[in-house]
Design a protein around this ligand. Structure first.
Ligand code: HOC
Length: 409
């Protein structure tokens, strides 16, 4: 127990003073006005729990199954980029905390630790790799092959980034990865802008990933850190010129790319992360993906998009139980996890709170974050009268509209 930090809100406050401005702004901001980021959080307050009583809740089991593993509660650590910005031990500290807390972790393509080192630190906890499919397919192909070799169970293809969302603080701060940090999982031939260097798994340095090789590489290199070679890409980014700008791939499509990825990634499962509508959920099922994460990238891509909790019911209804549906965005309380499950999610993921834990106290801070949420969730289950995660359903919720009108679901 950390008496200074009993809630995720307090964790956020403590973390804020541990991070430099560039890092804090990068992690915390949403796209444009940030309204979707805010609504992801506020959406949970529209629901109230209908607790049941006198049910002997003395034996509560909060665990939930994922990739054949018994996760300690139905929550995973979402992939977030560049965790060494928050703490020097970065993704390794997160992986160790997850191992300690028996919680699954997703690793970002833009991790500052190698995927092999993270797999090692995770021990027996299954690993998931978040993936961007670059126009230069070789970068993704190599990453997939390494993940497979390292025993990763699934890739989560991010599908909400055909272009980079507009993050104004990132632009104003001219966000760059500090020189002492490296994007760890890309090869030396990976092209990028000249704003930061990346290192491959073997220690050779290069520029950040994305973009195109050879001629394009040298022309890009001649640009300043803010330089983006005109005409090099069809969709010049609207934001600052950093390596992650290059991950935007406007060419991705259901027809061509999902089949390619499934073939390339097998036997790893292929999930799509960033689904927000029933139509796309149906397409995901049609294209035989293994699971869906309802996500709007933490409100960092399309501002004005529906809060993920509000998008969840239509996705759940469209999928009809054929594949698992997970959700991320806005989870700050154990009761939020309960509400998401009651609305049909099989599992939830959290991003920023873990980064705050990491910034606050490294591995210990991530453990604290997970412990707070696990304890709150357990308490919520007990007080709502449930002892098994599978029993949480819409009968435990009502929705309250702005005028206070309450409706059953
Ligand atoms: C278009 C590529 O997830 C973030 C990270 C990296 C985003 C890359 C987007 O900053 O939200």
């Amino acid at each position: 127990l950390d008496l200074n930090c009993l809630t995720i809100k307090e964790l956020e406050k403590h973390a804020a003073v541990m991070m430099d401005k560039q890092t804090r702004d990068y992690y915390n901001e949403g796209a444009d006005s940030g309204s979707t980021l805010l609504e992801n959080i506020e959406a949970y307050a529209k629901y109230r729990i209908r607790p049941r009583v006198l049910r002997d809740i003395s034996q509560i089991d909060t665990s939930a199954s994922i990739f054949g593993f018994r996760n300690s509660f139905p929550l995973g650590v979402a992939p977030t980029a560049m965790q060494c910005l928050a703490h020097q031990d970065g993704e390794i500290a997160t992986a160790r905390a997850c191992k300690e807390m028996r919680v699954i972790m997703g690793l970002s393509s833009f991790a500052t630790s190698t995927l092999e080192a993270v797999a090692e630190a995770s021990g027996d906890i299954p690993n998931v790799l978040q993936l961007y499919l670059f126009e230069e397919r070789d970068h993704s192909r190599k990453l997939i092959a390494r993940a497979k070799k390292a025993g990763y169970k699934a890739v989560f293809l991010t599908v909400d980034t055909p272009m980079l969302g507009r993050r104004n603080l990132e632009i104003r701060n001219q966000f760059k990865l500090p020189r002492h940090l490296k994007i760890a999982n890309f090869d030396e031939d990976t092209n990028s802008d000249a704003s930061a260097t990346v290192m491959d798994g073997t220690g050779s340095s290069s520029e950040p990933q994305g973009g195109k090789k050879s001629e394009a590489t040298s022309s890009t290199r001649r640009q300043s850190s803010a330089g983006y070679h005109d005409g090099e890409r069809r969709h010049p980014p609207s934001g600052p010129i950093t390596f992650h700008t290059h991950a935007a791939n406007p060419t991705l499509s259901w027809e061509r790319d999902i089949a390619w990825l499934k073939k390339e990634a097998a036997p790893m499962e292929v999930w799509v992360k960033g689904i927000a509508t029933a139509e796309d959920a149906l397409l995901a099922v049609h294209h035989s993906v293994d699971g869906i994460v309802v996500s709007n990238h933490g409100g960092r891509q399309l501002n004005g998009a529906l809060a993920t909790l509000d998008a969840l019911p239509e996705v759940v209804a469209a999928v009809g139980g054929k594949i698992p549906v997970h959700v991320d965005g806005g989870v700050r309380h154990g009761t939020d996890i309960f509400k998401a499950l009651a609305l049909g999610a099989d599992f939830v993921w959290i991003g920023r709170p873990v980064l705050w834990g990491l910034a606050y106290k490294g591995q210990q801070g991530v453990e604290l974050c997970l412990k707070l949420l696990a304890d709150e969730f357990r308490l919520c289950m007990g007080l709502a009268g449930t002892i098994k995660v599978e029993d949480i359903n819409k009968d435990y919720l009502v929705k309250m509209d702005r005028s206070g009108f309450i409706s059953r679901l």
